[in-house]
Design a protein around this ligand. Structure first.
Ligand code: NAD
Length: 357
């Protein structure tokens, strides 16, 4: 199993170091893991003058999975757009056609108090949002700001999906539901948007291929409400790029802790890029206080979805749970007055729990 490791900027290298300790445990147990590190983002601009050097792209193209830290920092904000760190990530997603974005929102019972909702509403919450990532109104043409005949400015974007774009993300939605609790909720706005009428039609056409999955549909305005009212009713949600962007951020905030949430972006071949949902946190970089658990849980997703070792993914998830039960906390998830540990100590605690499993 070849893993391309891209630590990136800010806290990226600190938290990726902890994720690599987890890989080392499995390597010792005989799991055939090879890792190779590449530059991306700001560090790649500094060293190689390009946020996605061709050597990094080649490394990722030859890998079975990509473990990504985070990119960005204030020192790069004034660079021309093409040289900005985030361009490296966007180009990588495009080059590898990573069209399915998986965003879990999971609340470990020990951290339920961190949510802005009542603990009893979110305790044990475990939702997966599958968001289409390469189509929809973000990419549709025509787009732009023009003037109409009266000379008034008019802004235009185009919401567009082809049947094949919907079908391929539908398959990911159904397959992930199969691996979980077999319930897939497709979110659209078919009452007013024809694009999403097609979305619903294609979902229903794909459904007979997955007789064990119960498919339901929900309008996006209702879904936004239900995520707050009763989030535990959901297992897997599948939706387009625009709705998924908003709903996945809403769902992540149900958990209240940005340092705990991993994500994956996958292509049709199952190659995936695995990263925490948070950024490079320049405000805390270099101080060894960042929470590495989102990065470690990204390794779990990598074993589950690209490397097809759900057994190892389960072990990581359980080890993280054990560590939280033991009361080990980095500053972001500690309650007032609670003792806090460093990034490295949190990683070591997960390693110890893994070795004991
Ligand atoms: P951020 O997610 O980096 O940080 C937001 C807040 O959360 C900060 O207070 C930070 O200290 C805290 N935080 C984030 N991760 C944490 C962790 N693991 N442990 C503890 N605390 C954590 O968002 P931002 O400050 O808006 O952006 C910083 C930089 O990251 C920007 O340059 C932005 O463009 C970039 N960014 C990158 C990605 C990515 O790499 N995919 C995603 C979002 C933002």
């Amino acid at each position: 199993m070849k893993i391309a490791v891209l630590p990136g900027d800010g806290i990226g290298p600190e938290i990726v170091a902890e994720a690599l300790k987890v890989l080392e445990v499995f390597r010792h147990e005989g799991v055939p893991l090879q890792t190779e590190t590449g530059d991306i983002g700001g560090v790649a601009v500094d060293r190689q003058g390009d946020p996605l050097p061709s050597s990094t792209l080649a490394l990722c193209q030859g890998a079975d999975a990509i473990l990504f830290g985070s990119i960005g920092g204030p020192q790069y904000d004034t660079l021309p757009r093409e040289m900005r760190p985030e361009r490296g990530l966007l180009r990588l997603r495009k080059a590898l056609d990573l069209f399915a974005n998986l965003r879990p929102a999971r609340v470990f019972p020990e951290l339920a108090e961190a949510s802005s909702l009542r603990a009893e509403v979110v305790a044990n919450l475990d939702i997966m949002i599958v968001r289409e990532l390469t189509g929809d109104i973000y990419f549709g043409e025509p787009r732009g700001i023009t003037r109409n005949v009266a000379g008034e400015r008019v802004g235009t974007n185009t919401m567009v999906y082809s049947e094949s774009e919907i079908r391929r993300v539908a398959h990911w939605g159904f397959q992930i539901a199969l691996q979980r609790h077999q319930a897939l909720c497709s979110v659209d706005k078919m009452n007013v948007l024809e694009t999403t009428q097609l979305w619903r039609d294609v979902m229903m056409e794909v459904a007979p291929e997955y007789p064990d999955v119960k498919l339901t549909h929900m309008l996006v305005d209702n879904a936004a409400m239900q995520l707050i009212r009763n989030p535990r009713q959901f297992d897997v949600i599948v939706t387009g790029n625009l709705f998924g962007d908003i709903l996945s951020d809403e769902a992540s905030m149900l958990t209240g802790s940005i340092g705990m949430l991993p994500s994956a972006s996958l292509n049709a071949a199952g190659l995936g890029l695995y990263e925490p949902i948070h950024g490079s946190a320049p405000d805390i970089a270099g101080r060894s206080v960042a929470n590495p658990l989102a990065q470690i849980l990204s390794v779990s997703m990598m074993f589950r979805y690209s490397l097809k070792r759900p057994d190892l993914a389960d072990r990581i998830d359980r080890a993280v749970h054990v560590v939280l039960q033991q009361g080990v906390r980095t500053a972001d998830i500690a309650r007032q007055g609670e003792a806090v540990v460093s990034t490295a100590k949190m990683g070591d605690s997960v390693v110890a729990a893994l070795q004991a499993s």
